[in-house]
Design a protein around this ligand. Structure first.
Ligand SMILES: Cc1ncc(COP(=O)(O)O)c(C=O)c1O
Length: 435
């Protein structure tokens, strides 16, 4: 480690890193560059914090999914799990890239329709869909309603009069190795119908006898940020146990993990698709459509967040806090899951990191820590600090905690930046207050 402030140059630590969007690099000024845009300049122009995406990186990942399927099967659908990044520009980008979309609420359905998705390519989730949401989805003409509970089956039968294609969500009794909060396939889950307890079989029997619901397949999503492929095979086999002649579609969920730090080595999109296609072919044979619904792996590494350092607090013999102008309101994951991130000072992106620091947010919570023990290059007040891999579930879960205005979203491409979501204003903060 060098003395703080004496920063040596290192080989470009950004180019080729799986954590940053493809094409990112340290430019001639020593600044971090994403999709041809200098992050120091962009932060000055837009203000901070800001979500910055490389839009071609998202297109490339959508293309990688489609292409991986096309080489292996003719009957597939790739759904953008829009909960990961629900903004109009993202819906549009993935609609144009030929993907379908998974929505989990009336709000996401509204955004997908507004962005121009063909309703037949919209598939609707939700473990507690309201009457209003069920009617909205059916009247809009969504492709599949994914049924999650007996109460929902009863609600749908009461509300709907036309035939609606549905899948049944099954919890196959599998615990992949990921954070407890993002496991969804175990028997003890609020989602779906259990396999082991016989509830899935009862739900199938009920819906097959329904006059309004047309059961066309099964669904299982076992969790998120998963690196091992084997648990998917267990889930596919579990679905196979329930399937009959009626089963024309198998939705095997999302879940592919991404690199949040250089130590993470997730499988490639190609390996993930290969595994799922082979698994479905082995268990279901031909004539069944395979659907997947990735979120994180389409957008996570395509986005970064840029902050401004406002305070550097050194506690002698304890630690150095580098405090930025955002935090848990724009990235809840560290607080929710204890997630690890990398960070870089965009002004000196090519310099050797020399300072061990904890990156803290500006919120009134001691737990508002974005990165514990990050190595940074001589962090100083006024620097632009960037955390990569924030493209999924950051914007989506952002809040106004402490009265902060939610950050803008910018799409970068070939050196051009376009604002796709503006920063909230102080007026926006009171726009819904009626007295
Ligand atoms: C039903 C369902 N499908 C798809 C996804 C997307 O998962 P991921 O972002 O891990 O690909 C989720 C996320 O939790 C989900 O609950």
């Amino acid at each position: 480690m060098t003395e703080r402030g004496q920063v040596g140059a290192v080989a470009d630590p950004i180019a080729g890193s799986p954590v940053y969007p493809g094409g990112s690099r340290v430019n001639e000024r020593g600044h971090l560059e994403i999709a041809g845009c200098d992050l120091v300049d962009l932060a000055a122009e837009l203000g901070t914090p800001a979500y910055i995406y490389a839009e071609d990186d998202m297109r490339a990942r959508a293309h990688a999914y489609r292409e991986a399927f096309e080489r292996r099967t003719g009957d597939f659908e790739v759904l953008f799990a829009s909960k990961a990044f629900p903004c109009t520009a993202a819906y549009r980008l993935f609609a144009e890239a030929g993907l379908s979309v998974d929505v989990a609420s009336g709000g996401e359905l509204h955004m997908a329709l507004r962005a121009g998705f063909d309703p037949a390519r919209i598939h609707m989730h939700g473990n507690n869909k309201s009457d209003e949401e069920i009617l909205f989805a059916a009247r809009a003409g969504v492709g599949h309603l994914i049924l999650d509970s007996f109460d929902e089956i009863e609600r749908c039968e009461r509300l709907l009069d036309g035939p609606q294609e549905v899948l049944i969500r099954v919890t196959p009794g599998i615990k992949p190795s990921t954070h407890d909060y993002v496991q969804t396939g175990q028997l003890d889950s609020k989602f779906g119908f259990g396999l082991g307890d016989g509830l899935a079989a009862r739900a199938i029997e009920w819906v097959l006898a329904s006059e309004t619901l047309n059961l066309v397949g099964l669904h299982a999503h076992i969790g998120s940020q998963i690196f091992a492929l084997e648990p998917y095979m267990l889930a596919i086999r579990a679905l196979g146990e329930l399937a009959g002649e009626w089963c024309r579609a198998v939705n095997v969920g999302g879940g592919l993990g991404i690199a949040y730090t250089g130590e993470d080595e997730p499988p490639s999109i190609d390996a993930y698709v290969d595994f799922k296609v082979r698994g479905v072919a082995e268990v279901f044979g031909d004539g069944v459509r395979i659907l997947v619904e990735p979120g994180r792996s389409l957008v996570g590494n395509a986005g970064v967040t840029a902050y401004r350092v406002g305070t550097v607090k050194e506690i002698p013999g304890v630690r150095t806090y580098v405090v930025v102008d955002g935090g848990m309101s724009d990235n809840l994951r560290p607080m929710l899951y204890g997630s690890r991130y990398e960070a870089t000072i965009a002004d000196r992106a090519g310099a050797a990191p020399d300072t061990l620091a904890t990156i803290a947010g500006m919120h009134c919570e001691s737990g508002d820590i974005l990165v514990r023990d990050a190595m940074l290059a001589a962090p100083a007040v006024g620097d632009v600090l960037v955390t990569p891999a924030t493209g999924a579930y950051g914007y989506a879960a952002a809040s106004n905690y402490n009265g902060v205005r939610r950050p803008p979203v910018v799409f970068c491409r070939d050196g051009e930046a376009r604002l796709v979501v503006r920063r909230e204003t102080y007026e926006d903060l009171t726009a819904r207050d009626v007295s």
